[in-house]
Every structure is written in C-alpha cells, then in structure tokens.
Design a protein around this ligand. Structure first.
Ligand code: MN
Length: 285
C-alpha cells in the first residue's frame, strides 16, 4: 500500500498515476484528549486502518497524481533519527573533500553513533528546500528512510524489521561547517520526506534498493542499499538499545557517495526502487 498526504491534509491511496482520497478512513481513529499520545497516530493505527482505507477507496474521489501538493507522508514524527556516514564510498569521499569534512576527523559510525534532527525541519517534496546559509555549501543527501510502526525498546537485530511500518525517500539536506550535525541538518526544510510511504510488505528486504539522485538532470548519487555499512535491522536494534523508537519516528539510514551542493533555482530528482521518485525545488530562504 502506498499512502500520501496531499493538498489540504487529505490521505491518498496511490495507484499508478492516480490518487484516491481515502481521508474518510481517518474517522476510525480514536478520539484523543490532552495529553495526546506520543507518536504519529495514523502510523500507530495503520494495521487497524488498512481495511478501512481499502473500503474508503471503493467510493473515493480520484485525482491525477501530477499537480497534487505532496506533504511529508508522516504528519507528526516524534523524532528523526539519522545515521552518519553509513556507506564506505561516502566515507572515502568525505575523507578527501575538505568541503565536506571541514577540518574535522570523519569518525566511523560505529564510534560516533547516531544523531537526531529536529522534526521542525520536515517537509514534503512539494514544499521544496529553502537555502538558509547561501554563503555556505548546502548539500543533498539521498537516504532510504524506515518509518517506525510499533514501539521498539531493546529489540533484537532479528526482530527489528517487525517494527518498520513503511519506507520512503528522504533528503538529509546539510549545510557544511564546523557546527554539530544536529544543528546543521535541522534547518527548516532540510529534511524532505516523500513522495509517499510504501508499506513494508511491498518492500521485503530493504537491502537491495537502488538510490539515484540528479540535480537539474545531472547525475550526482547512484548506489544501492546493499552497500549500507550498518544494515537497517542493525540500526533499529542499536538505536532501540539507547532510546525507545515510537510509531511515526523517521529513521534515515545514511547517504552514499556523490553528495554535492545545490543552490536556489536547482531541481533535485530523488528516486529509490519501489518507493517512487520526487522532484524537489531549491529556493532562497
Ligand atoms: Mn545523512
């Protein structure tokens, strides 16, 4: 199942180049009172909602996908977890490029661990990226994103993928510099999620997906999740041994080689096997 969030916060079932408005299924969500439960409640209730979504699709209004405003597929992520330098080819390029490294030692992921991005940075593909520091280098990083579906606390590597509800494409936009990653990568619009979520049952093993990114049609990044240094199941197990992962948390698994700068006026095209493609425009803040 492929679900998007579009236009006026409608929920859409993506079928080829059509989107069916299945927002009516959300009426099955429980009525919440303050304090609201943690995590994204659509994702937390996705198994319960699935038959209701399929039922709503039977009488749904259809829209052509082209022309819709696509928002991030998860409306209320509790956190964005991210893996630094998780492909050897990106480690190698970061070591030799002072524009990436900025005088810092590239510490291996096994040593430095994971980092968090502010959820206020999350946008959908239609919103685009606003360059916040035009005097600096602002890079694209395409990443496979796992959307956590069930609370994960000290889960084993073997069971970790049971806690993934869906996957999507992510752009971990980055302003280069000496500051902490969590600051440089948390700028508003610097976490693009889209174009929709694809439920995990349609993906199976997430370690055989080609990632491709172009800027204005020029090839920049092309690699395969088979080359992840720390695999998705290991990332989730590892993180869950430090903190609880909750429904709707977005887990960015790292970018391969080929990162490079974008400037206002550029168009990024990001695509991952089985997850679709998204075009993201870059503009000045
Ligand atoms: Mn990244």
């Amino acid at each position: 199942m492929k679900l998007c969030r579009f236009n006026d916060n409608q929920i859409g079932l993506v079928e080829g180049d059509q989107v069916l408005d299945v927002s009516a299924a959300l009426e099955a969500l429980p009525a919440y009172k303050y304090p609201l439960p943690r995590g994204d409640q659509l994702i937390a209730n996705l198994d319960m909602l699935r038959p209701k979504i399929l039922e709503a699709a039977k009488s749904a209004n259809r829209f052509p996908l082209a022309g819709l405003t696509l928002h991030a597929p998860v409306a209320n992520p509790g956190k964005v977890v991210a893996a630094p330098v998780n492909y050897q080819a990106h480690y190698d390029e970061a070591e030799v490029d002072p524009g990436i490294r900025f005088g810092k030692e590239i510490v291996k992921i096994q040593t430095i661990g994971l980092f968090l991005k502010a959820t206020s940075s999350v946008r959908g593909p239609s919103y685009g990226v606003e360059i916040n520091h035009p005097d600096r280098r602002n890079d694209h990083e395409i990443e496979l994103v796992a959307i956590i579906g069930k609370p994960a606390r000290r889960v084993s590597v073997e069971n970790a993928l049971d806690h993934v509800a869906a996957y999507c494409i992510g752009l971990d936009m980055t302003v280069r510099g000496v500051e902490e990653r969590s600051m440089r990568k948390s700028i508003d619009t610097y976490t693009v999620m889209g174009p929709w979520l694809t439920t995990a049952d349609e993906i199976g093993d997430p370690h055989n997906l080609q990632l491709t990114l172009t800027v204005n049609g020029e090839p920049r990044q092309s690699n395969n999740t088979a080359n992840l240094l720390i695999k998705v199941r290991e990332l989730i197990s590892w993180a869950s041994n430090w903190y609880t992962l909750q429904p709707g948390d977005l887990f960015m698994t790292g970018t391969p080689d080929g990162v490079g700068p974008v400037v206002p006026g550029d168009t990024i095209d990001a695509r991952i096997d089985k997850l679709g493609s998204m075009q993201v425009k870059v503009r000045a803040a």
